[in-house]
Design a binder for this molecule. Structure first.
Ligand code: F3S
Length: 420
């Protein structure tokens, strides 16, 4: 790789040990991908924020010990737990110290404590065409596909190195030629009444992820009036069923206002279709529960927005969560402060909904909860729930989730794509 004099001096340790280690990791990464040089990024989103194993914690603490500070604005993905209300939300006291040590390390490095996996809604929001380095699969897919910012799928710890240096190797999705759509996915027989049900978007995203894998795909037929939160669910699902970093939603993705724009003068190598039957089968795949009993309802994966809270409180409409069910909603501190101020939070708490900040429902320590099965409006959560946590799951719309929470048993209305 071609390095500047300043970069060479960092590798010689002139700017301290944290910078030396961080840059040497980035140079190794660049050489692996044949990058010619490093390039500046405007901001970083760190995914290595939840304590999983000691190695991740020790890496962050070592960087602090060696004087590491972020060189560019840096936001943080969720911790595993609610860092402020951990006691109220039954986090075992013995596991708390490691989560708090990780929090302290990032704050020492001067990261912004966003603790959210939807930093594109409330956080350091990039602009179209901006070069950034983001971790967290749903955020990466959203940044590339909906905003048109440019990032690779940066792995844990690589993101810390990028934040300390403020640069990444020039490769992958940072480069225009690698953002070309290689695959075309067309919606066939998917009608307007199907799009009226927001639950379709995560299912479409899940299918796209399965079809595209790590390829860049273009999708035609998504309506222009799709809500931002539906796109959030779409990207999260796509990046969980496949290694999607970028997909072009023709007419929505800024660099894919037409199909020709994202094909960059080429023809797609593969053309596939999504049909109502495929959507139906995907929904069935995301149902592992054996009967209609659930004891957990989860929303906010990715983190809930203000618009989603407004809808939730309207749907609950004075009813109460059933005694046999726990209803968890995850969000960030900014949205939490807003709903606290406007009374939505107290309405939800009165109705039996538990609102968490900072954390992630997938990683939340559940030892003290004893759940058997969950319903969720997140295809990502439903996908990982059983495979990663051994918890049976069923996917449904937010309307279904609320009805299920109130009635204490699974309620899933028939969707337009359910009819054979
Ligand atoms: Fe966010 Fe955790 Fe879901 S990080 S996207 S809430 S799995």
């Amino acid at each position: 790789m071609r390095l500047t004099n300043e970069e060479k001096s960092i590798l010689d340790g002139k700017q301290g040990e944290a910078a030396r280690i961080a840059l040497s990791v980035l140079v190794d990464l660049g050489e692996l991908f044949d990058a010619e040089a490093l390039m500046k990024v405007a901001q970083v989103h760190i995914d290595a924020t939840l304590y999983m194993v000691d190695a991740g914690l020790e890496f962050a603490e070592k960087m602090v010990e060696w004087g590491g500070k972020v060189a560019v604005p840096t936001s943080l993905n969720p911790s595993a737990i609610d860092l402020q209300r951990w006691e109220e939300y039954r986090v075992p006291a013995e596991i708390l110290p490691k989560h708090k040590r990780l929090e302290a390390a990032y704050l020492h490095m001067r990261a912004t404590p966003t603790w959210t996996c939807a930093p594109y809604q409330h956080g350091l929001i990039p602009r179209f065409g901006e070069q950034i380095a983001w971790g967290e699969s749903n955020a990466i897919a959203f940044a590339n596909s909906i905003i048109g910012a440019r990032t690779n799928r940066y792995a844990d710890l690589m993101d810390i190195c990028a934040a300390i240096i403020g640069k990444v190797p020039k490769f992958g999705l940072h480069l225009t030629e690698n953002r070309k759509a290689e695959m075309l996915i067309q919606l066939k027989g998917v009608t307007g009444s199907m799009f009226a049900d927001d639950a379709i978007y995560p299912l479409l995203g899940y299918l796209l992820g399965e079809m595209a894998g790590d390829q860049v795909a273009a999708v035609t037929g998504i309506p222009q009036n799709v809500k931002i939160d539906s796109l959030k669910g779409f990207c999260a699902a796509a990046a969980s069923s496949g290694a999607v970093g970028l997909c072009h939603l023709v007419g929505i993705t800024p660099e894919a206002q037409t199909l020709e724009m994202c094909l960059q003068g080429h023809k797609p190598q593969t053309v596939l279709e999504i049909t109502p039957q495929a959507i139906r089968e995907t929904e069935e795949k995301l149902r592992t529960v054996k009967n209609d009993a659930v004891d957990l309802v989860v929303s906010g994966c990715p983190h809930f927005s203000t618009a989603e809270f407004i809808r939730l409180v309207q749907l609950i409409d004075g009813e109460k969560v059933h005694d046999s069910v726990v209803f968890w909603v995850f969000t960030n501190r900014v949205v939490y402060a807003w709903i606290k101020n406007n009374g939505i939070l107290s309405d939800l708490i009165d109705r039996g909904v538990m609102v968490f900040t900072d954390g992630c429902p997938l990683q939340y320590p559940r030892q003290a909860w004893h759940f058997n099965a969950a319903m969720t409006d997140s295809a990502k959560f439903a996908n990982y729930c059983f495979s990663q946590r051994g918890l049976e799951a069923v996917y449904g719309s937010i309307e279904d989730c609320v009805e299920t929470a109130i009635k204490g048993k699974i309620c899933r209305k028939e969707s337009p794509w359910s009819k054979k």
